[in-house]
Design a protein around this ligand. Structure first.
Ligand code: SAH
Length: 485
């Protein structure tokens, strides 16, 4: 296989970054915008020894699962990788990824995994689900002030204010801001020269409260004639908070540290289930609150908390899971590395009148062993919700030593989930249930949850070190990251 060859490929699978995968002459090709079930013609752009990357040139036979995507610019934007695939097929793919990883990486038997995996929980409405949007403001090729997204590696912006997965209010708000900038001659920020004022617009909406927040991120300290903008924005139903964020640094980081409220409160409120959260422009909050509610209710169900029980929630963020658990448990302890998130978690506990939750700042793999060795802490249930790299070995070792009755694992990467479950299973835990929950429709993100129960004390006191080889998995992923984009 050589560069510039034209090949005909039937797409058999999808990569974790959304490229179609097919074989030509025993050679594996990754093809962007090709979907499982398609037969396509593609031009080889890069050829390695056994795999390569090709560009879609023609769809010969479209996949029966192709649908007309709602967003006309989804290909260029890159936010959604699989919008042209039917939502049911998307769910089927994600379910398959979870099961495959559990078998391939976790070493569980396929039949067993099929028997314990619950049907993946999809969204009722896979559009307009994101409660948060961050739009860069800049100039298009003709020099007009626009909001949208950066085109490829350039600094020009492709206009697009009507994102199909964001809330409909985004468009109206952005158009008001662009009109104000035009009338009041306010310039957008230019990354190259460092000149200009308006960098980004952040919009958040409380789905249960209907409250809306607009935060304009500027390269300066004030926004000229801001009262004209405020006057317009306050006409939008639900508007609750309008603020400025000061970011005068030449950086890719969107938000600066300083906030100035222009109108209304400096936060909005929203609920996940019946727990109230206060959300400021800088705080973390789940972007798909409806699916988060389903996921964390599943976590509560799996935790099966009995009266009097103690729960540890590791990687607790702003304490969402901790507070769900605090409704049933005697005591809940949360551990999180980001100090601001722990401040929010404590505030959220207070706002909801839950005084049985305690939060610690630190790494789960340091806080848990230390508290176990020094204070002899104990848990009936341990919940983990780690980032993509999964749990640290020291964290898993301590969980095995602590011997909780149940472990609930919430995961955003089925590969590391599978690696960690293998370790827990070898340490005396039995995998009882698994369920996928789709948090990010039209993307390849796969969220899942697993329940383990203690069946024996086997190896529980020893350090368990099983080398699970994720190298292959990450090698392919990295190769795609570097060469495929
Ligand atoms: N359940 C949380 C979200 C978890 S996301 C919520 O509802 O808010 C994963 C979290 O793990 C992030 O908040 C991240 O900051 C935190 N984290 C990353 N590495 C960590 C570590 N080594 N120890 C503890 N927390 C960590």
């Amino acid at each position: 296989m050589n560069k510039n060859d034209y090949v005909t490929v039937t797409i058999e699978d999808m990569s974790t970054t959304g490229e179609g995968i097919g074989k030509a002459d025993g050679f594996t090709l990754f093809i962007k915008d090709a979907y499982v079930g398609d037969t396509v013609e593609a031009k080889v752009m890069k050829a390695k020894k056994t795999y390569g990357f090709a560009k879609l040139t023609k769809i010969i036979t479209p996949s029966p699962d192709r649908v007309t995507p709602r967003c006309p610019i989804h290909k260029a934007c890159g936010g959604c990788q699989i919008q042209a695939l039917s939502y049911n097929k998307q769910l089927e793919l994600k379910d398959k990824i979870i099961k495959n990883d559990l078998v391939r990486i976790g070493g569980f038997e396929e039949e067993y995994i099929n028997s314990i995996t619950e049907p993946i929980i999809g969204m009722e409405e896979p559009y307009h689900y994101r409660n948060k949007a961050q739009y860069p403001i800049g100039l298009d090729k003709e020099g007009n002030v626009v909001a949208g997204f950066y085109a490829g590696r350039t600094h020009s912006i492709i206009p697009g204010t009507d994102c199909a997965i964001g809330v409909p209010e985004n468009k109206e708000i952005l158009e008001m801001i662009l009109a104000y900038m035009k009338t009041c001659k306010v310039a957008p920020y230019d990354e190259k020269s460092g000149k200009g004022l308006v960098r980004h617009v952040l919009i958040r909406k409380g789905f249960k409260t209907g409250e809306i927040m607009v935060c304009v991120i500027i390269n300066g300290k004030t926004l000229p004639k801001s009262e004209i903008l405020v006057d317009k924005l306050t006409g939008i139903p639900g508007m609750a908070s309008i603020s400025l964020n000061i970011n005068e640094k030449n950086t890719n980081v969107i938000m600066g540290d300083t906030l100035k409220t222009l109108w209304g409160r400096d936060y909005i409120e929203d609920y996940i289930d019946d727990i109230k959260f206060r959300i400021s422009p800088l705080s973390f909050f789940q972007v798909n609150p409806q699916q988060t509610e389903k996921l964390y209710n599943k976590a509560l169900e799996y935790a099966g908390i009995q009266p009097g029980e103690t729960v540890w929630d590791l990687y607790c963020g702003i304490g969402t899971i901790s507070l769900f658990m605090a409704k049933k448990a005697e005591r809940v302890y949360g551990v999180e590395i980001v100090p601001e998130a722990i401040e929010d978690a404590r505030d959220n506990a207070r706002i909801n009148g839950l005084d049985n939750a305690t939060f610690y700042v630190g790494k789960a793999e340091e806080v848990l062993p230390e508290k176990y060795e020094k204070e002899g802490i104990f848990a009936d249930v341990i919940v983990v919700d780690p980032p993509r790299k999964g749990c640290d070995k020291d964290c898993l070792d301590t969980i095995l030593k602590m011997q909780p009755k149940r472990v609930v694992y919430v995961s955003c990467d089925p590969a590391t989930l599978s690696r960690d479950l293998k370790i827990l299973a070898a340490g005396g835990y039995e995998l009882k249930k698994v369920c996928g929950v789709d948090q990010f429709g039209h993307t390849m993100h796969v969220e899942s949850i697993a329940l383990l129960e203690r069946v024996s004390n086997r190896k529980a006191d020893a350090k368990v070190h099983i080398d699970v080889d994720l190298e292959d998995y990450y090698r392919i992923k990295d190769a795609q990251g570097k060469d495929g984009k």
